[in-house]
Design a binder for this molecule. Structure first.
Ligand SMILES: [Ca+2]
Ligand SMILES: [Ca+2]
Ligand SMILES: [Ca+2]
Length: 216
């Protein structure tokens, strides 16, 4: 599906490490980030078109599973070629959209502040387990807002040598109300809540209801 989905040609000469599906612009579909860097530090000696340091790529999803390389719209610093390895994803500035931290081989790290989603609405969910594990890892969450239905799972593992924000982020574009949130815990307990506001952190405690928190 790599070529059919638009990812093939533009990533052919790069060597990917840290990779993630995440909704960078909070419009309700998952985009793809890949950090690149070759494994051979002398690859340029015997390949004309391949380099050791390579710039990262972000692919935007058109909502139907077709991706376009939008890297050239992300500012000058994003174009700098480095030897990328780990990619960690989390909203360090708590403004809704997900930021990206890249560790590069023998080079300074990159922390990219994301402002792509600032104009869109979102919901963040933090899961707290009581019978299941404390962080809620393994919980499956379904968020419904109008015709937009999204499902995410809480996972501790991220991509290569990295761990992500354990909070789930759901992009909602201009939708301004959540119809329902349903959570299924590893213990088997399923709970659901209706009619929730957007742009807040929803803390779901296993068997203990919910709490809303403004984090912005
Ligand atoms: Ca998106
Ligand atoms: Ca952010
Ligand atoms: Ca932002």
């Amino acid at each position: 599906m790599t070529y059919v989905s638009g990812l093939g040609v533009s990533s052919l000469l790069s060597l990917g490490f840290g990779t993630n599906f995440f909704d960078f612009d909070l419009d309700g579909d998952l985009d793809i980030y890949v950090t690149y860097g070759h494994v051979l530090d002398n690859v340029e000696l015997f390949k004309d078109n391949i380099t050791y340091a390579q710039p990262d790529q972000l692919f935007g999803n058109n909502g139907q599973g077709f991706f376009t390389d939008v890297s050239d719209k992300l500012g000058r610093d994003f174009q700098i070629a480095k030897v990328g390895r780990g990619a960690a994803f989390g909203d360090y500035d708590n403004d809704g959209d997900i930021n990206v931290l890249i560790s590069n081989n023998n080079q300074t790290a990159n922390l990219f502040r994301n402002d792509s989603g600032n104009h869109n609405n979102w919901l963040k969910i933090k899961t707290v387990g009581t019978k299941s594990n404390r962080d809620g890892i393994g919980a499956r969450v379904k968020v419904v807002s109008g015709s937009l239905v999204q499902i995410e799972e809480v996972r501790s593992a991220g991509s290569y040598l990295s761990a992500n924000d354990l909070r789930l982020t759901f992009g909602l574009e201009k939708l301004n109300k959540i119809d329902s949130v349903e959570i299924r815990r590893p213990s088997g307990l399923t709970e659901s809540y209706r009619d929730l506001p957007v742009n807040q952190l929803l803390i779901l405690q296993e068997g203990g209801g919910y709490q809303l928190q403004k984090i912005k």
